[in-house]
Design a protein around this ligand. Structure first.
Ligand SMILES: *Cc1c(COP(=O)(O)O)cnc(C)c1O
Length: 366
């Protein structure tokens, strides 16, 4: 598709009123308040990317033999758009999400959606669902692109037809600014990703494999799982939906992109902001034993998780099969607090944006 062939728009026949939208958004539990529309785009070997349209959010028809359903050829993204002080709407680093979406697709032998189409789809959806973009600082519009194989064939090979959908939902910026630190569970019974596997791709199958570990974490009084390397269960990798950082002797430390963890856009943003603020920043392997020792002797003063959904979430306690360790004094530390505030100010258009991370999706209304 070229810019000269815009997305066909088929708006919902009866649009919700502003009051209806406000009522639906009264208490947006994450993942539940979807907007009225979605974007759809198809790919086939013969036609490439085609049939781009904006249509009412509704159930989709699928063949029960669909490859995506049986063999998991499914990748997705997650990014946010924020209301800006001048009334416009800006997405945070959508070009980086577009690039990662392509890399994830390539890893699963799927076609790569050109970045231009990815960005156009975001603007097209925000345009039609403009009334859903929350103006409150505590909320944002979460955008969920997904690409899946639609071929009806049980042959074990990559599909020849795919569909891209873009959904949007209203979300509370959960684990909000004043939220208490979380406890994390580092067990050795399960693994998330092995060398050569799909750990650095945002593919659907990576998440179902973590649900049992998440239940185990809950049994140990923890909100989140810390994944360790699959080979030895010795090195800390990430959180299964967020990347992880430690403040060690005043330096900011995070595991390197080894191929088994997801290269978070928030992770990269935090590294950039911290270095610019004059913090020593190190990407280096983080043995769990060192984390526990550092918590015990006080060299680790803070830990936090970060990702698009929760932004920056302090970690107050680490629990393992051997016992539990408090991080610092268990409260949100100063480095965590400052990085979080800086990121939120960038999202909301309250801080200068020297790196061009804000991407205007729509101008002010009216
Ligand atoms: C999405 C995700 C992250 C965070 O990435 P962001 O780009 O910062 O949102 C971290 N780990 C996993 C496994 C993820 O799926």
């Amino acid at each position: 598709m070229t810019p000269a062939s815009p997305w066909t728009t088929r708006p919902a026949p009866r649009r919700l009123s502003t009051a209806d939208i406000a009522a639906r958004c009264a208490t947006p539990a994450f993942g539940e308040v979807l907007t009225e529309h979605m974007v759809s785009l198809r790919w086939s070997a013969g036609d490439g990317w085609h049939a781009g349209e904006v249509l009412p959010h509704a159930p989709i028809a699928m063949d029960p033999a669909m490859v995506g359903l049986h063999y998991g050829q499914v990748v997705f993204e997650g990014l946010k758009a924020y209301h800006q002080p001048d009334g416009s709407v800006a997405a945070f680093r959508p070009e980086d999400h577009a690039r990662r979406f392509r890399r994830s697709a390539a890893r699963l032998a799927m076609p790569e959606l050109p970045e231009e189409l990815f960005l156009e789809s975001l603007a097209a959806l925000v345009d039609v669902d403009r009334a859903w973009v929350p103006a409150a600082d505590t909320r944002s519009l979460y955008l969920r692109p997904i690409l899946y194989a639609t071929d009806a064939s049980l042959a074990l090979r990559p599909a020849r037809e795919y569909r891209y959908l873009l959904l949007a939902l209203v979300t509370e910026n959960f684990f909000g600014a004043g939220s208490p630190p979380v406890s994390v569970w580092a067990g050795t019974g399960y693994s998330r990703a092995a060398r050569g596997g799909t750990g650095e791709a945002k593919c659907a199958g990576n998440y179902a494999g973590g649900f049992l570990a998440q239940a185990e974490a809950a049994e140990h009084g923890c909100q989140q799982v810390v994944w360790l390397d699959a080979a030895e269960h010795r090195l800390v990798e990430e959180m299964g939906g967020m990347n992880i950082f430690f403040v060690v002797d005043g330096a900011l430390v995070t595991p390197p992109l080894s191929g088994t963890l997801l290269p978070g856009v928030t992770r990269e943003s935090v590294l950039t902001l911290a270095a610019r603020a004059g913090l020593a920043v190190r990407e280096q392997p983080v043995p769990l034993a060192d984390v526990l020792a550092g918590c015990a002797d006080g060299t680790i003063t803070e830990a936090f998780a970060c990702g698009t959904a929760a932004v920056v979430t302090p970690i107050g306690r680490v629990v393992t099969e051997e016992g539990e360790w408090r991080v610092g004094d268990g409260a949100t530390g100063p480095v965590t607090g400052r990085l979080r505030a800086h990121l939120v100010d960038l999202h909301l258009g309250r801080a200068p944006d020297p790196d061009g991370w804000r991407y205007r999706l729509a101008g002010p209304l009216g």
